[in-house]
Design a protein around this ligand. Structure first.
Ligand code: NAD
Ligand code: DAU
Length: 349
């Protein structure tokens, strides 16, 4: 049976990847530190599976990574563990450097040591897939798309730390021959998304009749992809992508933030009308802009589509409707997180 070690499998995208891989018959070891963003409840539907195991560990802990690799003996490592929230990176960049840069370095070193000790056949079959973001490419003007050969131009502490990790992964391929493949994806949304991010925050505040914070004038553009479409792309890239290559992942769904928020308001007004709240667009509150706020992200995913045959299954319209309904049906998952998040924002945690 195929064995994959997934880092960050208790997070938003990592949990979608783990759920998918277990369903597809992989034996999965999920290695996660369980920071504020890690949540084992996102894995309830598979955690009784004999093919799933969990290890609470920090990717920066060399001996823990060494033991995990030597005892589990994966043929594939999918590295998703990261600090992921741009606003948090602005308030406190230290954890981003520690996990995204130093943690990735540590994991690469341990993967290299493990790979070198494998016999020739196993060495040939081994792969290290590094999962990254389109934010490493910086900010686009009104035209153009991020391609795999677009120059790196990260502008936030988060994107700079992810860019550094991408460079390290490429260096371990070229210098040491570690068999790596990489991917850079646009904004994900969908079930199990932590309620600090724009889409879940908007859904839950709209449900509760709270203000919907929109940075600046809401003109910034993001390119949205349903998380299960990303998970499908990741399995494909990890198993069939060409070594040493990177693949951009995106669903061709560019939207201004203000339009995303208005779309969610319209769905909520239709699906859960509330006379006390009224039309939810009135809850929109324009607030101070994010420092260094990237204007526009947009992905050219043609390499992934042409070479590996990936096709996303959701449009933004179908995916956002599914996402709103998921949050309405899964209060037990988000209520404790949202309450903690609201208290922290108000400084009462
Ligand atoms: P997330 O914040 O939801 O989850 C991150 C997970 O990593 C959490 O479970 C956390 O506990 C774990 N983690 C953090 N530090 C760790 C450490 N030192 N050791 C072990 N585990 C640790 O993030 P996400 O949105 O699921 O993103 C996953 C990956 O995908 C990240 O590498 C991110 O850069 C990348 N990415 C995210 C998006 C997006 O839109 N969310 C888009 C493109 C790429
Ligand atoms: O592009 C991929 C990236 O997408 C990932 O690498 C990151 O890990 C992920 O967090 C996401 O980054 P963003 O900064 O784009 O996501 P966020 O949901 O924080 O913000 C989306 C947009 O909405 C952004 O332009 C900022 C804006 N925003 C965000 C919040 C939280 C608001 O207007 N109001 C808000 O309250």
């Amino acid at each position: 049976m195929r064995r994959v070690l997934v880092t960050g499998g208790a997070g938003f995208i990592g949990s979608a990847v783990v759920r998918r891989l277990v369903r597809d018959g992989w034996q999965v070891l999920n290695v996660d530190k369980l920071t504020y963003a890690g949540n084992l409840a996102s894995l309830n539907e598979i955690d009784n599976s004999p093919n799933y195991r969990f290890l609470k560990a920090d990717i920066g802990d060399a001996s823990a990574m060494r033991e995990a690799l030597d005892t589990f003996r994966p043929e594939l490592v999918m590295h998703l563990a990261a600090e992921s929230h741009v606003d948090r990176s602005i308030d406190g960049p230290g954890d981003f450097i520690q996990t995204n840069v130093v943690g990735t370095f540590n994991l690469l070193q341990e993967a290299l040591r493990y790979w070198r000790a494998l016999d020739a056949g196993a060495q040939k079959g081994f792969r290290f897939h590094h999962i990254s973001t389109d934010e490493v490419f910086g900010s686009l003007g009104a035209d153009g798309l991020f391609r795999e050969d677009t120059s790196y131009d990260p502008r936030s502490p988060y994107s700079a730390s992810k860019a550094a990790s991408d460079h390290l992964v490429r260096a371990w391929f070229h210098t040491y021959g570690l068999p790596v493949v990489m991917s850079n994806c646009s904004n994900n949304y969908g079930p199990y998304h932590f309620p600090e991010k724009l889409i879940p925050l908007t859904i839950l505040n709209a449900l509760e009749g709270k203000p919907l914070p929109v940075y600046g004038r809401g003109e910034n553009v993001r390119d949205w992809l349903y998380v299960d479409d990303h998970a499908a792309a990741l399995e494909l890239i990890a198993t069939t992508g060409r070594l040493g290559e990177s693949y951009n992942v995106g669903g061709n769904n560019e939207r201004r933030n203000i339009d995303v928020v208005k779309t969610i308001c319209a769905i909520m007004d239709r699906v859960v009308p509330d006379a006390r709240i009224g039309a939810r667009e009135a809850l929109i509150a324009f607030v101070a802009d994010r420092p260094g706020h990237d204007a526009r992200y947009a992905i050219d995913a043609s390499k992934l589509k042409d070479e590996l045959g990936w096709v996303p299954s959701e449009t933004f319209e179908s995916g956002i409707e599914k996402t709103v309904r998921w949050y309405l049906d899964n209060a037990a998952w988000w209520e404790p997180l949202k309450a903690r998040y609201d208290r922290a924002r108000l400084g009462t945690a």
